[in-house]
Design a protein around this ligand. Structure first.
Ligand code: ADP
Ligand code: MG
Length: 589
């Protein structure tokens, strides 16, 4: 007796309709759902041409008998729900009974399957939705689904598919997320003849997270945990000075299901930003388990969006968990959230806001965010400093202070310069100049090439954009599926920052390779930030002086590329005032 029945219309109609198959990655996702619902322990994925030519998913799950193997391709054929009531407490990944039917309608599918208690398996071949062959076949227990020539009969769709590397990157992202959702299942992924992912089964989610994101990222994450009447939440989040510029570092799992729910995403983002985070998005791997009664998964056909019955409660649970975790990291939090960002210093008189005239070939005037002298208003920053207004031979570099500032004395003021921001601004301006001059950013060849471990999807992206990266001063090549070797770096950056900078690259390159200046501008900002020395880095006297020099040569010495205050000037009369002295009589008292 088969397990599959056709859903009555009443049930079927309640199921949100929509297109299941958009691209190879959505096929992989549906086939993974089926393998996991079939209780697989070991899943192998093989791809050709980014899945456009062939997708094969093999599992060691329960398999199907010959009757079910054919029925599986009927629309609304499912073994997973029977009644409307079942819809309210869905525990399996699939339930619409639409995936195989939809996939088979637009491709050439070969299904081979065998239940564990059967001696022989069944092979079903369907081309463009038409059943061509059903025959016995000798296969191991489990199921193998092969999808060839996706969209072969939908030319418009087929043309719309992206480059192999892009489709592959989408698939890798799906598999990485499934791997995070199911640590106890082994995953393997091959593209052409290359093994790109291998995640052996593990017991602990933490071990799987380490397999997927790599040790470097994992070590920069803070664990969080909450449990209560409504359920449990646990996971990892980046400290506020880390994080990324795009949301794809956020991995959310609700009741075991990978979701990209916009509400949840925003909640994590908000929770994180309360700690003064500088990057727009945190890295998060979060597992939320709630009573299935409290979430509605039947919102979107691709099942990535949810609807919570009590969103406010979910929000407060997430906030509580994240707050506890990040509060434990106070030193970093204090640094990031420390005052002074845009806070006004005591009475900065507008007359002191003097901007340095752009030197050399000014490529663009300072933008509104960088100064507002033209309007005659005070700049948004605490008393900005103008290093080159006149050469200041009497300027004395005192040294580094508190691991993050360079202290400089002028006859009538004390200058504090943020070591990270000045370096960042300097690199940004120099690189921008090179690009505007239509030349590649000069590079420095490393004596010893530096390997950097990345996710395979990121390696693919970097290699795909190798030419553009050379323009940015980066020379690198792949070394195995999850490592790149860096041979040369943009001039001006320090070799210590290579891993951080390389990790920032793929997010910018993966989706929209910049065709226009704004695109490059964003990339340079991110790169400069990652490439610059950090707060806390100890400086030799030489480096301290070198940074002071860089600051002297900045076109915009007041703010970093992201608009943060870069230098602060404390006039001596402010100090006198603090001591209760009238600054007019300072000289005599
Ligand atoms: P759904 O997963 O929503 O039920 P599908 O079209 O994806 O719909 O699959 C239809 C049915 O085929 C499933 O309900 C299941 O019974 C069966 N099936 C599909 N893939 C597998 C597999 N890998 N192993 C065992 N059974 C499967
Ligand atoms: Mg399914």
């Amino acid at each position: 007796m088969g397990r599959i029945v056709i859903l009555p219309d009443g049930v079927a109609n309640r199921i949100a309709a929509g297109e299941v198959v958009q691209r190879p990655a959505s096929v992989v996702k549906e086939l993974l759902d089926n393998a996991i619902d079939a209780a697989a322990h070991d899943i192998e994925i093989r791809l050709q041409r980014g899945g456009k030519q062939r997708i094969l998913v093999r599992d060691d799950g329960i398999g199907m008998d010959s009757e079910d193997a054919v029925l599986a391709f009927e629309r609304h054929a499912t073994s997973k729900i029977r009644t409307v009531d079942d819809l309210h407490c869905i525990r399996s990944l699939g339930f619409r009974g639409e995936a195989l039917a939809s996939i088979a309608a637009v491709s050439h599918v070969i299904l081979e399957t065998r239940p564990h208690d059967a001696d022989i398996g069944t092979r079903v071949e369907i081309i463009g939705g038409r059943l061509r062959k059903v025959e016995p076949v000798s296969v191991p227990p489990g199921t193998i689904v092969q999808v060839r020539n996706l969209f072969m009969n939908v030319p418009a769709r087929r043309k719309f598919l992206a480059a192999v590397s892009t489709e592959l990157a989408h698939i890798l992202r799906v598999v990485e997320n499934y791997a995070l959702a199911y640590p106890t299942i082994a995953f393997q992924l091959w593209h052409e003849q290359k093994e790109l992912l291998r995640y052996p089964a593990v017991q602990e989610p933490a071990e799987r997270v380490r397999q997927v994101v790599g040790g470097t990222v994992m070590d920069a994450l803070v664990p969080f945990r909450w449990s209560g009447e409504e359920g449990q939440l646990h996971g990892w989040i980046s400290v506020p000075h880390a994080g990324g510029s795009r949301p794809d570092g956020i991995h959310l799992f609700v009741n075991g299901r990978w979701v990209r729910d916009r509400f949840l995403l925003q909640v994590f983002r908000d929770a994180w930003r309360r700690f003064g985070a500088r990057q727009p998005y945190p890295y998060v791997i979060a597992y939320l388990n709630v009573d299935p009664d409290r979430v509605d998964v039947n919102v979107h056909p691709t099942k990535l969006e949810l609807r919570f019955r009590d969103p406010d409660r979910i929000r407060s649970i997430v906030f509580t968990a994240i707050e506890q975790a990040l509060q434990a990291r106070r030193p970093i939090v204090e640094w990031v959230a420390s005052p002074g960002r845009r806070q006004k210093f005591p009475q900065p008189p507008p007359s002191h806001v003097t901007l340095r005239a752009p030197t050399g070939s000014a490529l663009r005037p300072p933008s509104a965010g960088e100064s507002s002298t033209e309007s005659g208003e005070p700049a948004v920053v605490p008393e900005p400093v103008s290093p080159a207004a006149e050469p200041a031979p009497s300027r004395r570099v005192l040294g580094q202070w508190a691991g993050c500032y360079i202290v400089i004395l002028e006859p009538d003021a004390l200058l504090l310069i943020d070591q990270h921001l000045v370096h960042e601004r300097y690199l940004y301006e120099r690189w921008l100049d090179a690009l505007h001059a239509q030349s590649a950013i000069p590079h420095r060849t490393l004596l010893v090439p530096v390997p950097v471990d990345l996710r395979p999807s990121d390696v693919e992206t970097l290699i795909h954009h190798r030419q553009r990266l050379q323009q940015l001063g980066w020379h690198l090549e792949s070394f195995g599926p999850s490592t790149v070797v860096v041979h040369a770096i943009p001039i001006g950056m320090h070799a210590d920052q290579i891993p951080a900078a390389v990790q920032a690259l793929p997010a910018w390159l993966s989706e929209s390779a910049p065709e226009h200046a704004e695109g490059w501008d964003e990339i340079l900002k991110t790169l400069a930030c990652r490439s610059a020395i950090k707060k806390g880095d100890l400086l030799t006297p030489e480096r301290t002086h070198a940074l002071a020099d860089m600051w002297e040569r900045l076109r915009v010495p007041q703010v970093c590329p992201h608009g943060r205050t870069l230098s602060v000037r404390i006039p001596i009369r402010q100090v006198h005032r603090m001591f209760g002295r009238d600054w007019n009589v300072e000289a005599s008292s």
